[in-house]
Design a protein around this ligand. Structure first.
Ligand code: NA7
Length: 538
């Protein structure tokens, strides 16, 4: 019966940036009864789980914030350009306290399943604590990089030392002093962790499958005058990042990298290199993501930087990326990453082809026919990105359909916020929305506000269910793919392309719209203005 009163108006899964704001909006703006389930024992999401050495944000802190709390924008003082994990966690704790959010969050509880009941039009949600509750709306605020990818290395159970995945580090930390340590992986996480671990460990061996184009973070204190000016201009900043391409104050150079002189190009690249951060990636020549030739001249600049930094030319050769275009894999920001390979206690193992990791042994890792001995192995092997955390919820939509089956060839969503056949389910920063290709808080806030308005609208118009139509979903999926197929992004074996997980169907996971997050926001607003075009409301 559609009239049955549910236990909650909405269940929100996850208490990171997105879950906290979703709770705040539904509870304090709309007055709904909301329950948040969170597997961790406090708030934070990504910033609760990722405690590895060197973990820090790599968007500038002044835009990696809850822009919905204007007073806090003025009050909070970040200690550095890119705050560390503990500092961001403190910030989110403060947000939760300030808005009295914890009273509606049940911690230490993982959602293990959910079914949409077509009789009552309610979601029935199950947890690992044996609870079963009903809710009108189910909102996945589960994050995009939260399902840990631990490759199935043969023999891991035999290893006598200690091993950790970067996304599940112990709270008390790990002491690497006088230890022989392996790091497996060289993505953005490893690039942050390796220089830190190398400072402590007796010997650090890095197993690299794919070398990455890293650019310097240039972390440090922010000039107080700059901070003051930013605080005075926060309304302007928020407007600009919301309308921007990547949710950042970065803008492409409106020229081809090939139409300018070498001198001019070097000057522009130097500027971005010296500024540090994502400017090199996201504020480069506009054809960098489209033209192989334009991409090549920029990649050449980065290769020269690696050679200039790494003393041993053979090691430099190994650290120079091969086989993918610059920018098509997630940009790691580094602080002394390449310099670290100049240290006597650091060894780089090329874990491709001949040096492939064969197995974990009692003593360490066998790769390329050779056994390396370790006290500690750190797996910085990433995540089953974007679709992984959603599939892990074991949701059943109409007719018992599952995301596993519906997404057998990659994600199918409408706007990345809704899935046909799963009424009243919303996915914050879900697959096929800008999400990981943007500054996350900007995309999170856009989705939360859109979902809040949608639910408010449904209440005012007396609707109980909303679901994407299969036609609108098909059109959106085609649009997402059509746009990205015009770029170089699809050529890389990146996690954006689902290529990091064996057997995961190759598909581009986020949305790279022609006008970025600004254009995507406009599109979502138009959908709402047209009475939720592409959705069926009942
Ligand atoms: P990433 O970027 O997925 O990096 C994982 C790394 O682990 C990467 O170098 C992988 O090589 C490597 N990897 C994965 N599986 C294996 C196996 N089986 N053998 C050897 N090496 C392997 O994850 P991160 O945690 O660094 O970053 C994820 C995001 O979190 C980051 O982009 C930010 O948005 C925050 P590959 O490149 O796949 O060849």
């Amino acid at each position: 019966m559609a009239g049955t009163t549910p236990d909650f108006d909405a269940v929100v899964i996850g208490a990171g940036f997105s879950g906290l704001y979703m709770l705040k909006s539904l509870r304090d703006k709309l007055g709904l009864r909301v329950r948040v389930y969170e597997a961790g024992d406090t708030v934070g999401g990504t910033w609760y789980w990722n405690r590895y050495p060197g973990a820090r944000c790599d968007s500038d802190a002044y835009i990696y914030v809850c822009t919905w709390d204007k007073q806090l924008l003025q009050e909070w003082e970040w200690s550095e350009r890119y705050p560390t994990q503990p500092e961001i966690l403190r910030y989110l704790e403060h947000v939760a306290k300030r808005h009295d959010l914890k009273r509606d969050i049940q911690f230490g509880t993982r959602v293990t399943g959910g079914e949409f009941d077509e009789g009552t039009n309610l979601w029935k949600v199950h947890t690992d604590k044996g609870e079963e509750v009903t809710a009108r709306f189910l909102i996945a605020a589960v994050g995009t990089l939260s399902a840990t990818n631990l490759p199935q290395f043969k023999g891991l159970e035999k290893f006598k030392g200690k091993w950790y995945h970067t996304s599940r580090f112990p709270k008390e930390g790990v002491d690497f002093t006088a230890k022989r340590v392996a790091v497996v992986g060289t993505g953005a996480t490893a690039v942050q962790a390796i220089p830190e671990i190398a400072q402590q460990a007796k010997q650090l061996t890095v197993f690299q499958r794919t070398a990455n184009y890293c650019v310097p973070a240039r972390n440090g204190k922010v000039d107080p005058e700059v901070t003051k000016a930013r605080k005075a201009d926060y309304d302007g900043i928020v407007k600009r990042i919301r309308e921007s391409f990547f949710g950042q104050e970065h803008y492409f150079i409106p020229k081809s990298a090939l139409e300018v002189s070498r001198e001019e190009r070097e000057r522009e690249l130097d500027k971005r290199w010296d500024a540090g951060g994502f400017a090199f990636w996201l504020a480069n020549y506009q054809d960098m993501f489209f033209s192989k030739e334009a991409n090549e001249v920029i990649a050449d600049y980065l290769r020269r930087k690696i050679r200039a930094t790494v003393k041993d030319p053979k090691v430099a050769d190994k650290l120079i990326p091969q086989g993918h275009y610059y920018g098509t894999k997630r940009q790691p920001l580094d602080t002394n990453y390449f310099e670290t390979f100049n240290k006597d206690n650091v060894l780089l193992v090329d874990a491709t082809a001949d040096g492939k990791i064969e197995e974990i042994t009692e003593k360490g890792i066998r790769a390329g026919g050779k056994e390396y001995e370790f006290d500690i192995i750190v797996f910085a092997t990433g995540f089953d990105a974007m679709t992984g955390p959603l599939k892990a919820l074991n949701l059943k939509g109409r007719g018992g359909r599952t995301l596993d089956k519906e997404w057998v060839d990659g994600p199918h969503t409408y706007l990345g916020v809704s899935v046909a056949g799963f009424p009243n389910l919303f996915t914050i920063t879900g697959p096929q929305s800008p999400s990981v290709l943007s500054n996350m808080p900007v995309s999170i806030e856009q989705h939360v506000e859109w979902i809040t308005d949608c639910i408010d609208n449904m209440r005012k118009t007396g609707k109980t269910t909303i679901e994407a139509t299969p036609q609108a979903q098909d059109q959106w999926v085609a649009h997402v793919n059509e746009i990205v197929n015009m770029t170089l992004m699809t050529s890389a074996n990146s996690w954006y392309m689902s290529a990091n997980i064996p057997g995961k169907p190759r598909a581009f996971l986020p949305y790279l719209g022609p006008e970025g997050v600004g254009g995507y926001r406009k599109k979502c607003d138009e959908v709402a203005a047209k009475g939720y075009e592409g959705f069926q409301l009942a």
